[in-house]
Design a protein around this ligand. Structure first.
Ligand code: ATP
Ligand code: MG
Length: 747
């Protein structure tokens, strides 16, 4: 504690640790940092920043999630000035959902390893706790599906041993009386490239390790699998194959099988999951050699039935020959004449990997649909319901070498940050302006230019020298001008710094094009569709999901079909623009160190623009998600990682400061201190407070005047400056609202 500097009489002294940053006397980054540090060292990991919750990963178990805390933060005991806690946010969302009968959404953000997924799971447990009386079996299921989703969607990375490699939006549905009636999981943006390629010291998806560790010998024989170390996609992280890890994965496998069985999976379906996983492992072992024939192209090294190709074909119920043909050749239609061509080595390897990735992606999508079928809300006719959504995405990543996967994940994080800026700053400031309420000195890091550069569709074709290319070039140049290039970057590798001033990150653009291409040739799709295994054939055929939605994974394929451009249902009921308009990709990043646009690469990308890219799929998924979030009441949880290695009792100032800056915590604290965080429509305010507290005022026809009277009569004089009456709403500081709530509770 000796190194902490506190203002003598500010509220930041150790005696009075401040639970709300917006109440601090000094509101700068240092003061906030020191306050968070002091709290963290006292195991107080949660701190409010107005109505936003800051959660610092404790990196150790804390005894603050027991029955006692569940009880304390039950919505019935809800008090706005309650202790900051992740249960408190859940309690508030639940209370608001019940009282306003409106959908709520909780956005959990923070960099990789900051604790988003853990916070999400804790909240789910709290929701289950709050709606006692529902089906115990169903409540158990809601909690249990998480480990299953994590087995298929999480992996060890250098930033987090259990890192989410997909975005999950869990929508819990409630009846008017507060009972949970069901849930829907929506999966987005699974990082399928991990199936075939992992960075050094990183792992494949957990499910592969648990399969090797836990599947009984007879199952392994059936799948034709030996030990994990024999297979390419299992080798990147040897520590995951250690004895200790194997023990852990064995346990995980047993749990996964239990959950799958509790989802009423049939034996055949369980078999299919195993077959597809094993087929992926064998398929990625298929290798090619340059063909000795006159037609050029490549041959498969071992196309015997007991070789990797034969085993994969057998597991997928495909004809060995048709799979072999689809892997090494393609057909082109020349004015009605179908011509068969052989693939180059690169094309054949790309195709093989694309097939493995597609199989995994669709298996994951199918699993999510199976889960949804089981937990889908059971709504009776005429029954009104509201939902609470929780969004948990893959967190921001900044590594020694950042590649395409980091760029995709970080773009999504930027977009979410942009949405939060909209909610917390832009809309807020616009509302105050509209209502004539002065609000100066509020600044925040606006990331619109980054979004503009990466997310917005660029309609013009990007050719070297075109106007659009020049624009990107100019923007890139200006970005370069603001930083010094690290001296160790090889000239031949295109690098590009994208993010904001205080938050630079370099991307190694090597393989960007290959990774962005997401081509599963029609030959491979047709081959898989021809499987005699109904599930596998179905995975590559469009069907509506149980919720009537088209899953992201199916959607990806749908877009690559020929024919009229499909349209997707918009969350608000409108139809989204044509997919063609979304064919925006990473062209803007193809700028080499000297600021020159990489011409051949651009041409290559432009040439492949008919195909859907990974980036455009991410963009579409993100737009879909944002559409959902815009129509609900948002809550925000900012998770913070105290140190890189997730070591307990280690609060690294610099590491935390960096996160505070790019998430704009200081600005949020200021806007919450100077602003009026709680706002209520007049009719709602009067319904809630006027009738029970001041029935006489309810007789007034002027709702604004009635609200003013109620407030003046209820709150102490010293608070009279702390509310404003707008055109349609009353704006209150948090303590005014707390005061009103307390009066209500006393009644
Ligand atoms: P990613 O973006 O990589 O998915 P994340 O933000 O979801 O990261 P988590 O997986 O939730 O991060 O947390 C990383 C690890 O930190 C957890 O596996 C756990 O060990 C620890 N952790 C996080 N939150 C808590 C908590 N509340 N109590 C104890 N440990 C925690
Ligand atoms: Mg996570």
């Amino acid at each position: 504690m000796a190194n902490l500097v506190f203002d003598r009489d500010s509220r930041t002294s150790m005696d009075t640790l401040c639970t709300d940053l917006s109440q601090l006397d000094r509101l700068d980054e240092q003061a906030i940092l020191q306050q968070l540090k002091a709290r963290y060292e006292a195991d107080q990991i949660y701190t409010k920043c107005g109505d936003i919750l800051i959660a610092i990963n404790p990196c150790k178990e804390l005894p603050i999630f027991s029955e006692k805390e569940h009880e304390e933060h039950d919505w019935k005991n809800y008090s706005p000035d309650g202790v900051p806690h992740v249960f408190h946010i859940a309690g508030r969302a639940y209370q608001q959902m019940r009282e306003m009968h409106a959908n709520q959404v909780i956005l959990v953000s923070g960099e990789s390893g900051s604790g988003k997924t853990e916070s999400t799971k804790l909240m789910v447990k709290h929701f289950v706790h709050m709606c006692h009386g529902g089906s115990k079996e169903f409540h158990d299921k809601i909690v249990k599906i998480n480990p299953l989703l994590e087995a298929f969607g999480n992996a060890k990375t250098v930033m987090n041993h259990n890192s989410s490699r997909f975005a999950k939006y869990l929508e819990l549905s409630f009846r008017e009386d507060g009972h949970m009636t069901g849930a829907v999981v929506r999966d987005y943006m699974i990082e399928k490239s991990r199936v075939v390629l992992q960075n050094e010291s990183e792992g494949n998806f957990h499910i592969f390790y648990s399969l090797f560790a836990g599947a009984p010998p007879e199952r392994m024989r059936e799948l034709n699998l030996k030990s994990a170390a024999n297979y390419k996609i299992m080798q990147s992280c040897s520590s995951l194959l250690s004895k200790e890890q194997t023990r852990m994965y064995k346990k995980m496998y047993e749990e996964q099988m239990d959950v799958l069985e509790s989802l009423d999976m049939e034996i055949e379906e369980l078999d299919n999951i195993h077959f597809i996983l094993a087929a992926i492992i064998h398929l990625t072992e298929v290798t090619f050699i340059d063909s000795q024939g006159t037609e050029g192209g490549v041959d498969i090294v071992n196309s015997q039935p007991d070789g990797p190709l034969g085993i994969a074909a057998d597991l997928l119920d495909l004809q060995l020959e048709s799979l072999g043909h689809a892997l090494i050749s393609m057909t082109t239609d020349f004015a009605g004449t179908v011509v068969r061509r052989f693939k180059s080595m690169e094309q054949a390897e790309d195709g093989r990997d694309a097939m493995a990735k597609a199989l995994y992606e669709r298996l994951f999508g199918w699993l999510v649909r199976q889960i949804n079928q089981d937990i889908h809300p059971q709504k009776k006719r005429g029954e009104s319901a509201a939902s609470i959504g929780i969004l948990d995405i893959a967190g921001f990543e900044k590594m020694k070498t950042n590649s395409f996967e980091q760029l995709c994940i970080n773009m999504v994080n930027e977009r979410l940050q942009n949405f939060m800026n909209d909610c917390l700053f832009k809309i807020e400031l616009a509302i105050y302006k509209d209502e004539g309420i002065a609000m100066d000195n509020i600044t925040f890091e606006n990331n619109d230019p980054t979004i503009e550069l990466f997310m917005k569709p660029k309609s013009s074709t990007l050719r070297p020298g075109s106007e659009c290319t020049k624009r990107i070039f100019r923007q890139t140049r200006s970005a370069f001008a603001r930083v010094e290039l690290p001296s160790d970057i090889p000239c031949s590798v295109a690098k590009y710094g994208v993010f904001r001033r205080r938050h630079w990150i370099w991307y190694d653009a090597d393989q960007f094009l290959e990774k962005n291409r997401d081509m599963l040739s029609k030959e491979l799709v047709n081959c898989l569709k021809g499987s005699t295994n109904e599930l596998i054939s179905d995975l590559f055929t469009i069907k509506k999901g149980p919720t009537g939605t088209i899953s992201a994974t199916q959607y990806n394929w749908r877009a690559s079909r020929k024919g009229p451009v499909p349209v997707l249902p918009h969350p608000k009921g409108r139809l989204t623009s044509k997919l063609a308009q979304l064919a925006c990709d990473l062209r803007g990043t193809l700028v080499n160190k000297c600021g020159k646009v990489d011409g051949p690469a651009l041409t290559k990308l432009t040439a492949s623009k008919d195909h859907k890219t990974v980036v455009s799929y991410f963009q579409q998924s993100m737009s879909d998600l944002l559409g959902k979030m815009r129509v609900a009441e948002p809550f925000f949880i900012r998770c913070i990682k105290p140190n890189f290695g997730l070591v307990p009792k280690n609060f690294e100032d610099q590491k935390v400061l960096e996160q505070l800056v790019y998430t704009g915590v200081t600005g949020i604290a200021k806007i919450r201190r100077d602003g009026y965080a709680v706002r209520r429509d007049y009719p709602y305010f009067l319904l809630r407070y006027c009738r029970p507290l001041w029935p006489d005022a309810a007789k007034l026809s002027d709702t604004k005047e009635a609200t003013r009277l109620v407030l003046l009569k209820s709150i102490p004089q010293s608070y009279h400056q702390d509310f404003r009456l707008g055109k349609y709403k009353v704006f209150m500081k948090e303590h005014v609202s707390v005061c009103m709530e307390k009066l209500l509770f006393k009644k």
